[in-house]
Design a binder for this molecule. Structure first.
Ligand SMILES: [Zn+2]
Length: 195
């Protein structure tokens, strides 16, 4: 790790500073992004980080009911870049089993080029809609991971989305995003930046 001094920034009377352009580039932040300050009270050194997506499942509470949030692993910060496989292995800790099902569904003229994701749990501490929401997130995520090769125009979109997703929210969100002509346009409907 290298320490570099890029530029000094003067403090205004309102307590504002301009984050130098080099720093903004380094952090990959632009207008409306949020920065987070981590302060070491002993050394009085401050680390500035880009604020990552807040976990929408627990709304930054880190818990769901009395249990730690399984989506963000109890951190409140949601890593939407994690793969489906690493999410599924994370879920085991919370007694939630994820299945990755490659199917040859006769409901569709072409076999689906991405797996179906199912979550099951005997842990009744987590409400069913919460599990369903996360299952839908993982389903979308699994499609993102295979999106380069998905010929969506071959499918009846309504039928496909009904088949894949359990929540209305996921079906509607993806229907809006998914144009038959374009592939690879999924974005997570789950992670959102903190306002
Ligand atoms: Zn969470």
């Amino acid at each position: 790790m290298d320490d570099i001094i890029i530029k000094t920034a003067p403090l205004t009377s309102k307590g504002q500073i301009t984050i130098p352009q080099k720093v903004r580039e380094l952090l990959e932040v632009s207008t409306h992004d949020t920065l987070r300050f981590i302060i070491n009270t002993t050394t009085k050194q401050v680390t500035i980080e880009k604020q990552t997506a807040v976990c929408e499942l627990c709304r930054d509470e880190k818990v769901i009911g009395s249990q730690p949030c399984f989506a963000c692993d109890g951190t409140g910060i949601f890593d939407s870049n994690k793969s489906v496989l690493s999410f599924i292995s994370q879920l085991q800790k919370y007694n939630i089993q994820g299945s990755i099902i490659w199917q040859n569904s006769s409901d569709f003229t072409s076999p689906l080029p991405f797996p179906l994701i199912k979550l099951q749990t005997s842990n009744t501490a987590y409400p069913v809609p919460i599990i369903e929401t996360f299952q839908d997130f993982l389903q979308a995520r699994s499609m993102v991971e295979h999106a380069g090769n998905v010929p969506f125009h071959q499918y009846d979109l309504d039928k496909l989305l009904d088949h894949l997703f359990v929540t209305e929210k996921a079906r509607n969100t993806l229907k809006q995003k998914l144009q038959p002509e374009t592939n690879a346009i999924f974005e997570t409907f789950f992670g959102q930046k903190k306002k």
